[in-house]
Design a protein around this ligand. Structure first.
Ligand SMILES: NC(=O)c1ccc[n+]([C@@H]2O[C@H](COP(=O)([O-])OP(=O)(O)OC[C@H]3O[C@@H](n4cnc5c(N)ncnc54)[C@H](O)[C@@H]3O)[C@@H](O)[C@H]2O)c1
Length: 319
């Protein structure tokens, strides 16, 4: 039975990952300081093969016994979170990744870094292949996240080259699904909550900026395939189906049968105009592509939010 550590395991993606790995027969250790995560995301996983450790991964990580895999997902991830927590974001991307890689070296574990499409910044190449180096403003408000992840990638490759650690880097594009927090500032939960309350949907700019949204089950499957592959360079995981944010808002109004209107608000600083993964590499080496259509993923996510009796349960203690 593989023994696996998931940092950031009480967050949105981390909790889905813990669940997936348990189903694959792993013994899972979930480490999280609950900065933006929520214990409610992992309550249902408690059992003999699952252990939660409350710990800040920027501090030395001690775990007794063997570890086969480390998946490093700890980091604030939504723009609202990392702009409110800029120093914690830089620390977890740098010091947290250092500590997690140090543990991988000690345990001779396979290490997977959760990186992001944000390493491409406001891209000048479209769609974005892994070879594109990106267009990031290092001193803008989003730089704290983008540069933390770029540093984390560089550190991961250094540990691979110098210490021979079996490392993987997944560049995750926008993912959505159950367990997102309503107020994390990302478009889909914001639109869904506004639509369910029949309040105006807030679209930034004129809504013509595009994003490519992938349903969480597909993203997790792609991450797992990368984990067990023998590939060590970064791989994009995302759904290439590109939509404008205005189209997304209209689709959510339609699927929720909402009476909401759409309100336009000023565009945030350095907001990327386009975002679409080139997933040729993932198709070739992982035989992976997203299978769940965006509309189906939206239906499942809307149902999950509808069935939540207490919306406050989607909030973390700190944000
Ligand atoms: N959701 C997406 O669309 C997306 C896209 C690209 C990359 N990612 C990456 O995936 C990972 C998870 O993102 P998410 O959407 O699940 O976000 P999330 O905020 O739901 O989860 C992040 C988790 O990390 C924990 N954490 C933060 N700092 C920590 C620290 N110092 N020590 C221990 N735990 C800490 C938080 O408490 C939280 O549980 C992040 O690394 C993010 O950069 C996510």
């Amino acid at each position: 039975m593989p023994r696996t550590l998931v940092t950031g395991g009480a967050g949105f993606l981390g909790s889905h990952l813990c669940e997936y790995l348990l189903n694959k027969g792993h013994q899972v250790i979930c480490m999280d300081n609950l900065l933006t995560g929520n214990i409610a995301n992992i309550e249902h996983l408690q059992g003999e093969n699952f252990k939660f450790i409350k710990h800040d991964v920027t501090e030395y990580i001690f775990i007794a016994g063997e570890i086969d895999y480390i998946l490093h997902f700890a980091s604030p991830a939504s723009p609202i979170d990392y702009m409110q927590l800029p120093i914690q974001t830089l620390k977890v991307g740098s010091m947290g990744t250092h500590k997690a890689l140090g543990l991988a070296k000690e345990k001779k574990a396979t290490f997977l870094l959760a990186s992001t499409s944000e390493v491409y910044g406001d891209p000048l190449v479209h769609p974005q292949p892994e070879e594109y180096w990106g267009n990031v403003n290092p001193v803008g408000p989003r730089g704290v996240y983008d540069e933390a992840k770029r540093f984390a990638e560089a550190l991961t490759m250094a540990y691979h080259r110098i210490h021979g650690i079996n490392t993987k880097i997944v560049r995750i594009f926008n993912t959505f699904g159950p367990r997102m927090r309503l107020k994390d500032g990302r478009a889909i939960p914001a639109f869904i909550s506004q639509a369910l309350m029949n309040k105006p949907l807030t679209v930034f700019g004129d809504g013509s900026q595009t994003r490519s949204f992938c349903y969480v089950d597909d993203t997790i499957e792609g991450i797992y395939r990368l984990l067990i592959s023998d590939y060590n360079q970064p791989v994009n995981i995302g759904n290439p189906h590109e939509m404008t944010l205005l189209e997304m808002a209209q689709k959510i109004i339609e699927l929720t049968n909402s009476q909401s209107s759409i309100e336009f608000h000023p565009l945030p600083v350095d907001d990327p105009k386009v975002r679409q993964p080139d997933i040729s590499l993932a198709k070739r080496i992982l035989n992976w592509e997203a299978k769940i259509p965006v509309e189906e993923g939206l239906r499942r996510t809307i149902n999950w939010f509808r069935n939540l009796r207490d919306w406050s349960k989607t909030q973390s203690d700190n944000t």
